[in-house]
Write a protein that binds this ligand. Sequence first.
Ligand SMILES: *[C@@H]1O[C@H](CO)[C@@H](O)[C@H](O)[C@H]1NC(C)=O
Length: 329
Amino acid sequence: MESRGKKASSFACGMALFLLLGLLLSPSSAELPRFEHPVKCDGSLSFLVVGDWGRKGEFNQTLVAYQMGKIGEQLGIDFVISTGDNFYEDGLTGVDDNAFEESFTNIYTAESLQKQWYAVLGNHDYRGDVLAQLSPVLRKIDGRWLCLRSYILVTEIVDFFFVDTTPFVTKYWSEADHHYDWREVAPHEQYIDNLLKDLDAALKESRAPWRFVVGHHTMRSVSEHGDTQELLEKLLPILQENGVDLYINGHDHCLEHISSRSGSIQYLTSGGGSKAWRGTYTPNADELRFFYDGQGFMSMQVTVASTRIVFYNAFGQVLHELNLGKQVV
Ligand SMILES: *[C@@H]1O[C@H](CO)[C@@H](O)[C@H](O)[C@H]1NC(C)=O
């Protein structure tokens, strides 16, 4: 009986989201697009985070998706966040690329996952037709899909800042082996300057108790790709200055929790959506709290005063958890 009550109330909240999305989809061009998502009727929010996944079910993508469905059901999740590299190897070829259904719609089929997905682009997505992934046409094919370059998701208890990190990585701009779709992004110096200015302004305006930033690339990582220097130099100072609690990323195909030694920010990697990279480990100067070089995903449950983060493997087993608190004023 209780679960029926929950379903009815989340349906009511879901309808509110639907209306809001309709109103908020055309932002002014000078600012980052802004969306709102209602909190649960008890004032909390729960969601899953998965990254580096789109392989048409292969490399255990289906297994991870199945466990996401089970945990999603247990937590009654409100939405899902994708940390990018949504479609391998080279993004989508266009809005009519079947990979969208084969890697997304037909894989994340559990009822609990039929919620809004908030996605960013990864470097592999830039190797295809980027504009296709950003296109409203995809939202007509599968209404869960929302991918923009950089945007803000506002809720009563946490503001999310989604950041397009691929253009920051200078080596991609001169990479001969792969083609990157830089439409609307070049020249990158100017694009990054504007983005950082908009982000800084939006962070300064944020009044939510929690501030989470989501990007594809790592800031701190002990796995294959390691740290992303450009983000440590350009993005991190803005996050630190504005009291960001968490930086959430994918890119390295593993699960990680690293604590900053110079501030309070926590670095969380959820990049285990399909193919995992086992066996690489390079320590950095920050404090490694957890590292799993296999597949899996992450859940987050947020209230005004607490954030609970749990990492799971491809069997849905809990590998690591952390609880953060915030003084309620
Ligand atoms: C799938 O997951 C299992 C369990 O972690 C692992 O043993 C296996 O190697 C994985 N398969 C692939 C293709 O990654």
